[in-house]
Design a protein around this ligand. Structure first.
Ligand code: HEM
Length: 144
């Protein structure tokens, strides 16, 4: 027969995870779903390529520093998904304030991100999780 100590072990583990902020729905999994930092970097690389080919919005990026943009987005997304990264660039509002970004442009960029995530087989719940984090940023990005 199992000792009482062994039967208590899972209960103690679940309590510790709960105390640390994890729930049974395993929030921590989204960073993994994106393939960790290397997977995110690869998705962002593809995403920027999709944006560059998107005539609805590519003119916004005509003078952009593309390598810097890719690195910033990778760190921002990695951090947002709970990964061990830190976005250290400018806040979204000052960064985008003189660009005249419209709601339509924001929507187009979101579609391009979904295309890149789908190309990399990111699950739909994981895609929705990231979109939900990014969507409120439209308040600081759309100015027109
Ligand atoms: C949630 C949506 C968005 C996020 C998370 C985001 C994120 C960022 C970040 C982190 C940077 C800074 C890069 C750096 O440090 O150099 C940046 C720059 C920029 N963003 Fe966004 N952005 C978003 C939406 C948009 C939209 C909708 C547009 C236009 C259609 C746009 C156009 C630009 C441009 C042109 C730059 C400047 C790049 C440069 O000058 O090098 N962004 N964005």
């Amino acid at each position: 027969m199992k000792s009482i100590k062994n039967r208590l072990k899972p209960i103690v583990l679940v309590s510790l995870l709960a105390a640390a902020g994890f729930s049974a729905s395993a929030q921590a999994g989204y960073y993994e779903d994106f393939g960790q930092k290397a997977g995110i970097a690869s998705i962002i690389n593809d995403f920027v390529g999709v944006v560059a080919a998107d005539n609805r919005i590519n003119s916004y990026f005509a003078h952009a520093n593309i390598p810097q943009l890719k690195e910033a987005l990778t760190n921002q997304v990695c951090e947002a998904l709970g990964g061990p990264c830190k976005y250290t660039g400018p806040a979204m509002k000052p960064m985008h304030q003189n660009m005249g970004v419209t709601q339509a442009a924001f929507n187009a960029l979101t579609e391009d991100l979904i295309t890149a995530m789908t190309n990399h087989n990111v699950s739909v719940p994981a895609q929705n999780h990231l979109i939900k984090i990014l969507a409120p940023m439209s308040n600081d990005i759309i100015t027109k």
